[in-house]
Structure formats: C-alpha cells, structure tokens
Design a protein around this ligand. Sequence first.
Ligand code: PLP
Length: 373
Amino acid sequence: MKIKTFKVERWMNDYEDEAVYNLGETCIDSLTIRELLEIGGYEPDKFMSELAETRLTYSHIFGSPEFKSGVAELYENIEPHQVLPCHGATGANAMVLETLIEPTDNMISVMPTYQQHYSIPEAIGAEVRILQLTEENDYLPDIEELKKLADENTKMITVNNPNNPTGSWIPIESMKEIAEVAKSVDAYLLCDEVYRGIAEDESYMYSVTDLYEKAISVGSMSKIFSLAGLRMGWIATRDEYALNECMERRDYNTISCGVIDDKLASIALANRDKIFARNRQILNNNRAILDKWVNETPGVHYKKPVAGTTALVYYDKNIPSYELCVRLIKEKGLLFTPGSAFEMEGAVRIGYAFDSKLLKQGLNIFAEFLAEL
Ligand SMILES: Cc1ncc(COP(=O)(O)O)c(C=O)c1O
C-alpha cells in the first residue's frame, strides 16, 4: 500500500534535533519518569528496584485492568472492556481507519487535521471528501457543508477535537449536529481526541462517545498527560462491531503494548487530576504569552486557540511557509512547523505548551526575523 509522505512528521524528523527554541513541540512539557513517580507518591529508587523484577512477558494482551479502567474514567459512557490500547494515538487512528475503510467507500475529513485522517483512507483507495475549516468560521466545521458532502456511501466522518493545528474546540451542540449527519447516513464518527481533557475553565470536556453509538474516540498519553515517550494510546467506542474488528486486526500489527509503558501510564491515569492541574497552568500561562505577542506584533494575526497546545499564526510576508521555516531553523535555531504541512499556506503552527521563557525568546526571534525580511 503506497502512502503519501506524512508532512508534519517528516518535518519534525528532519529538523527537530537542530532546534534551540523548539516551538514545533505539541506535547505539554513532557515529564521525566522521576517526576511522574513523585506525582504518584512513589519513592523513585524503590519503584525502580521493584520494576527490575517485572517479567517482560506480553502480559495483559488487551491492557492491564488498571490502564483500561483509568482510561474508561476519562469518559462518561465507556466501560473498561470498550477500551483498546494501541501504540499511541497514531496506532489507534491507523487501526480504526485501516480496519473500517474500504476502497469502495467515501469518507469525510476536516482539513486541517492530523494527516493520517485523510492520507490513510486515500492510500486504501477510498474517496476522501474534505470539509475545509476556515479562520472566518473560527475553524469550526460548517454543518451545512458537511450535509452536502455526506451520502449513503459515506463510511466515516473524522474530526479532530481540540484541533491540531488551530486550537479550535467544537461546542457540544455543533458536535451533536455532526453526529446527526453521521447517523443520517449510518456512518462512523471518528474523533481524534488526543488534546481533550484540559479546558481553560476546568469544565468536563465531552467526548464524541457521549453523543453517538457509532462514535469512536482516539486518545493517548502523549499530549495532555505529557508522556509521549510511553507510546500508549487507545480506541474507545461503544460500537461492538468496530471494536471487535479492530481487535482482530490488532493481532496482526500490535499484539500488546509494552508492560512498562502500561504500568507508568496507569500511574498517570490514577493521578490525572494532579497532572492536569500542572498542565492547565502551563497552557493558560503560555496561551496568554502567545496572545499578547500576536496582538503586539505587526504583520501577524491568528484566531486565538481555545484548547489544545498549538495555534496557526499567519504572517504577511510573501514567502512560502516551508521556506520560511527552513530559514528560521537554519539561521536562528527556531523550530516552527510550516502551515503547508497542514495544507494551510502563509501560516506557521506554533506549539506553545512548554517552557515559557523559551516561548518568549522564540517569539521575539520570529518578530525580529519578520521585521528584517
Ligand atoms: C491530532 C493528533 N493525533 C494523533 C497524534 C499522535 O499522537 P501519539 O503520540 O499518541 O501517537 C498527534 C501528534 O501530534 C496529533 O496531533
């Protein structure tokens, strides 16, 4: 199966190691193992010496009970047996798309989004229909447009909420309408929810699985739990058929997740309130820094992100985003992600969810660079 280059991942592979100011990062300031253990109330040296006695078998093929119940608690309507652990959200998205989409189907994906959602179905041979998100519409799906795209051959609608790269968040009333459209053509609704969980106002962030029986949620430990190195993600759905089909496929491409990864993820899940409190502070603080900078800097504009860890910032210079980003990393050590990686030209994606000092420095460097251009 031939597949297009995954632009955002290729960009990061090529340039992330050169970054002095890494504003390409999308995880919230990643935790060390020691920090995680301390948050969980463990004595790190004691924990590590006990860990050394762990037998490295395949262990629980479908995830430990602690992991599955910890994930289920992130949802209102999901039971532990409805959680399928995968290798990151990347593994989960691929599992869902490769399992459910056939070459004879059509499917609808928002754009911009994580490229798996349109390039995997396209590689399968399915017809991909794009629902473009625009700044004028606050990067929210246009429901009337969606209705026009859906027909009886639509197998799946896929959205990413909160959205990478724009940081938009679909209000529950709009998501209910999206679910209604999916239901009207009996399609699955896949929602990539890797950035779900930390709302600015501490409110509960709904999941698509609260709204529709054929909804599939994908999540992971990478972003809001600050643990991308664990490579632990999951599929959560009430749809028995989809779950069973994914389980069948999983025997071929996963078998199980890592025993150590599962153990550390379970600790994080059991202590999610503490991790979320830490991360909410980072997000709110840094979002304010970014917002101030955008408002005070000539020649840039954006739609302020309301969730997630990234923003799409437009610049008023006539230079393609890829070229601009290569110059920034080569000349200034500053890593952004070109908007072109998301088919959004004239913009860069800024990841703002880590060290605020580096964020300020990086933004100032960008302002100087734009002024010099
Ligand atoms: C929307 C979205 N989905 C999935 C992923 C992959 O996450 P994971 O590290 O869990 O594989 C990313 C990573 O950037 C993402 O932004």
